[in-house]
Design a protein around this ligand. Structure first.
Ligand SMILES: C[S@@+](CC[C@H](N)C(=O)[O-])C[C@H]1O[C@@H](n2cnc3c(N)ncnc32)[C@H](O)[C@@H]1O
Length: 339
């Protein structure tokens, strides 16, 4: 008998962060991991996995050499068993399904779809609640069902968005690489709509949170999201420009998702802005503190960091698909003062 596995998917490059989150649950055993997936066994209950903050999606899957569409059309209860395990969660309200599978026009695939419709009273839809896949992974076939109707990377607190807002799983990753559990104070420079601040507040209930941005509309959106997250009493927000080096005290952690392209004001050049940011952090970070910076413009930032009082202690290179189906390759830099 093939045993079911849980497959976690995430932004390529976050493997280390995901494995660290998985390790918080000793009963979960990692079967295999790659740049954007981890397979687990030992999952008793999906509720555990739904709490993960570093992953995009989780799927209940089966793998074997024979699980091709033809085989599944002849042994439909294999897929039925997976759907039943997922559908028991009434909080998810599954009403529609989408089957992604090569040969979608074939008689076998149509037969599988008919089975899902009739057995589970789900209707086919493009933007469906229940996502089902059958596909080849290396030498094996995999059949899987996404365990939640919405991706786990979507957060209920995100009610206000700005162009270039950070993916919350990356914000979680940056914060988790800063030893945030033991820090007392946290500053988010260029805080935008507040994703980093909120993920930090959710990770450490006692940390003092301060953020600033030079765009009042972005700050208003941050207020909206932070209220929705229930953290408004814990966060101080300021309208300030990093070029003015605002005096807000010193912090154990400074993080920033630095602006790029259209996000800087006319007449500002990115190198000058990044240099001012690094100079500012040299004065506002406590001597044993951690600096975490995220940017797609790492070719500009990295030489500035290398000339600064900081040493880069870790770099994560990420690969992110954009809304126009191309890729960007941002990096996260974790830095400490050079001893
Ligand atoms: C990439 S966005 C940050 C997005 C944020 N992490 C979020 O999730 O919403 C960069 C932010 O830098 C801000 N910004 C640009 N130039 C700035 C400056 N000179 N001083 C302070 N903030 C600045 C922009 O207003 C924008 O909100």
């Amino acid at each position: 008998m093939t045993t079911s596995l849980l497959k976690l998917s995430f932004i390529p490059g976050l493997t280390e962060v995901v494995l660290r989150e998985v390790a918080e649950y000793p009963e979960l055993l990692v079967v295999e991991s790659g740049t954007d997936f981890v397979y687990l066994k030992g999952v008793q209950d999906f509720e555990q996995v739904k709490k993960f903050r570093s992953i995009t999606n989780a799927y209940l899957v089966l793998q074997s050499a024979e699980l091709n569409p033809h085989y599944i059309s002849k042994h439909k209860s294999i897929l039925g068993g997976l759907i039943e395990s997922v559908i028991v969660d009434k909080s998810q309200k599954f009403k529609s399904f989408k089957l992604s599978c090569a040969g979608s026009d074939s008689a076998e695939v149509r037969e599988i779809e008919k089975y899902i419709k009739e057995t589970f009273k789900l209707i086919p839809a493009e933007d469906a609640d229940m996502k089902i896949h059958i596909g080849k992974i290396g030498d094996l076939w995999e059949v899987g069902v996404q365990v939640t109707s919405r991706p786990l990377s979507l957060r209920d607190y995100k009610t206000a968005n700005i162009p270039g807002a950070m993916n919350p799983t990356i914000a979680y990753a940056m914060n988790s690489l800063c030893d945030i559990e033991s820090a007392q104070s946290y500053l988010n420079v260029c805080c935008g709509s507040g994703t980093l601040l909120i993920e930090a507040g959710l990770l450490n209930p006692n940390i003092k949170l301060v953020g600033f941005d030079n765009d009042g509309i972005h700050i208003a959106k941050a207020v909206q999201n932070i209220k929705q997250a229930g953290l408004i009493k814990r966060v101080t927000l300021k309208n300030a420009d990093v070029l003015d080096a605002p005096d807000l005290g010193t912090f154990d952690i400074i993080v920033s998702d630095l602006p790029f392209g259209m996000q800087i004001g006319k007449g500002n050049d990115l190198s000058a802005l990044y240099q001012s940011f690094v100079d500012y952090c040299e004065t506002a970070l406590s001597s044993d503190g951690t600096l975490a910076v995220y940017t797609t413009e790492h070719a500009i930032l990295e030489p500035i960091l290398k000339r600064s009082k900081f040493s880069i202690t870790k770099t994560l290179g990420l690969k992110i698909v954009t809304s126009v189906n191309s890729y960007i390759y941002p990096k996260i830099f974790i830095c400490k003062f050079t001893k």
